[in-house]
Design a binder for this molecule. Structure first.
Ligand code: AMP
Length: 573
């Protein structure tokens, strides 16, 4: 397929804000694809590999500017000037390519989608000396044979800002509409669920496309877990009290410590193939060598997938540490041994998805949790089964909750004994109960440069929640509190300087002191109250927000939604 066809699809998708229309356009496009076009599924989301892959395009604005300049013959200064004016590097490339087209005579070679994806896939493979130059020449070569509209979407893909309003869920619905046309509305709902489940198990849209194309619900059901390939985790819902938990789940049920660490999925394919993944599907095996060793030594079984929470603790006092402290281990790529000694983790296993060649997703939780107890040899401060009681007594559950808090953990999880494990779903059969602390996980979508002592730094940050209905990020307030001017040695410091460094490459538009930022960096924020507000696009504002931690472990799909904000607003009233 010509890349032009794809660029035209992007163009018509971005011409409408209506979700149903987007689904219709996409569905017509999907119908025309053959199996050989499977990789286009990645390009639809601006990716080049399945979403679990670590190989991302990762081109900075600066590099894109250099490539545009080289391909169009315009000076870098001019490109930057245009960027400041237009606020979208893709549009800049389009405008300059238009200009170039008028001034050169030679005809352009037709760019195919395959050529584009093959070239883009080379980018993350480059390493070492001369990488920047090589990247620029790959991009320049593509741009040289691109028409203006192709240049627009090439650059947007490269800088990771496609702006066509398509999410995984839009693709899911388009697949239903393209390949299950003759099904009735009820059946289509079933198909949609089956496709979502296939996506959550594989995290590979091209694979799901191949199967969905067959138009058979049965075939979709055959997609299964694969040890070693990351899976989306099952998520919980919030209830205010233990009493509410029992009401929702019935009696008896399991009550477990809700550990304040980070989610760790453990895959063992064979003795020498153990891998660890975060809930963002990132492979963190290298970052936590001690966890690999504990799994090897203390868990019985040829192959398995375990779900767990890794919690940091103080080596001397053995007191558990808040997430903030160990979060730095997740991204750490060097001097692993040192930080492992400084900040060891304990692995708390609370679920099992697969054991010795068999998927356990559809087995009741009761069976899964008892299997964990059989195969894990508890070694406190190394690996243990999550602390749990199975009870029908509210009194016992309350006492257990108090004990969890006294042990520096966040609260408890209540789980139905009969429920299946549903990857990727926020289910009503796993509930979290925490003390009434008001907190959200929000994404930074804008910022302002500071003045005086803070000049040169971004010092005030615009926070957004996610609106599931429209797929947009909606602003809900500004925050500067909780971030430090100066770091303290040996601590995980969230300073203005550090945040500025992380956010600067993500700036997409700049006007005076205000910048727009690509939604990527997630922060946990506490606040005193939610108010209605016409100043922010969500219609709400947070009073006295304060940043408590960066959340490098969470994916964008798990930040606080507008519905959750509304619910908390109502509850607070
Ligand atoms: P939240 O991240 O606020 O949605 O809360 C749910 C999270 O609690 C899960 O994603 C896990 O990372 C964490 N967690 C801690 N202990 C447990 C447990 N015993 N069972 C399930 N999740 C747990």
């Amino acid at each position: 397929m010509l890349y032009k066809t794809l660029a035209e699809l992007y163009e018509s998708l971005s011409a409408t804000t209506k979700r149903l229309e987007k689904i219709k356009i996409l569905s017509e496009f999907l119908k025309k694809l053959s199996e050989q076009d499977r990789d286009l599924m990645y390009l639809l989301l601006g990716e080049i590999h399945p979403s679990y892959s670590e190989k991302k395009i990762g081109i900075s604005n600066q590099l894109a500017i250099k490539a545009i300049s080289k391909a169009t013959g315009m000076g870098e200064k001019r490109v930057v000037q245009e960027w400041k004016k237009i606020g979208d590097l893709g549009k800049v490339a389009e405008k300059l390519a238009e200009h170039k087209k008028q001034t050169t005579l030679h005809s352009m070679a037709s760019l195919t989608a395959k050529k584009v994806i093959d070239s883009l896939r080379k980018l993350p493979e480059l390493e070492g000396k001369g990488t920047v130059g090589k990247k620029i020449s790959i991009i320049t070569e593509l741009l040289a044979s691109a028409s203006p509209i192709e240049a627009l979407y090439l650059i947007r893909t490269l800088v990771g800002d496609l702006r066509i309003g398509i999410q995984e869920s839009t693709i899911r619905e388009a697949l239903v509409s393209a390949f299950f046309q003759e099904f009735n509305e009820e059946e289509k709902k079933e198909v949609s669920k089956a496709i979502q489940s296939a996506i959550d198990k594989t995290n590979d849209l091209a694979k799901v496309f191949e199967i969905a194309k067959k138009g058979s619900l049965k075939e979709l059901g055959k997609i299964h877990l694969e040890v070693g390939r990351p899976i989306k985790v099952m998520l919980s819902q919030k209830v205010p009290t233990i009493e509410d938990g029992f009401k929702a789940l019935g009696k008896p049920c399991a009550v477990e410590y809700k550990y304040d660490g980070f989610r760790l999925l453990i895959h063992k394919k064979s003795d020498n193939e153990i891998s660890l993944f975060t809930r963002r599907l990132e492979n963190v095996t290298k970052q936590f060598p001690e966890a690999v060793e504990y799994v090897k030594k203390y868990v019985k079984g040829k192959s398995f997938i375990l779900d767990s929470e890794a919690v940091g603790f103080d080596r001397k006092t053995k007191a558990y540490l808040p997430f903030q402290q160990i979060s730095q281990r997740i991204k750490r790529k060097y001097r692993i041994k040192e930080i492992q000694k400084e900040l060891p983790v304990e692995v708390n296993v609370f679920d099992i998805l697969y054991y010795n060649g068999k998927s356990l997703l559809n087995e009741p939780f009761e069976k899964r949790t008892s299997l964990i107890k059989k195969i894990i040899k508890n070694h406190p401060y190394r690996i243990i089964c999550a602390k749990q009681i199975i009870t029908d007594s509210e009194k016992k559950a309350e006492e257990f909750y108090k004990k969890a808090l006294a042990d520096n953990q966040e609260g408890v999880m209540m789980k139905s004994l009969s429920a299946a494990y549903q990857p990727g779903s926020r289910v009503g059969h796993m509930l979290k109960i925490k003390p009434e602390e008001r907190d959200f996980d929000l994404v930074i979508t804008g910022a302002e440069y500071g003045t005086g002592k803070r000049s040169g730094w971004l010092s005030s940050f615009i926070l957004s929640c996610f609106d599931k209905k429209t797929g947009r990020f909606l602003e809900i307030g500004k925050v500067g509190t909780g971030i430090k001017e100066k770091g303290v040695k040996g601590q995980e410091n969230l300073t203005f300087e550090r945040l500025t460094k992380i956010l600067t490459p993500l700036i997409t538009e700049e006007k005076g002191k205000t910048v727009k930022i690509k939604p990527k960096i997630i922060v946990s924020v506490t606040y005193q109250e939610i108010q209605k507000s016409p100043n922010y696009s969500s219609g709400f504002a947070l009073r006295f927000p304060r940043v408590t931690a960066l959340r490098p472990d969470k994916p964008l799909s798990e930040i606080t939604t507008l519905d959750e904000v509304k619910k908390d607003y109502e509850r607070q009233k």
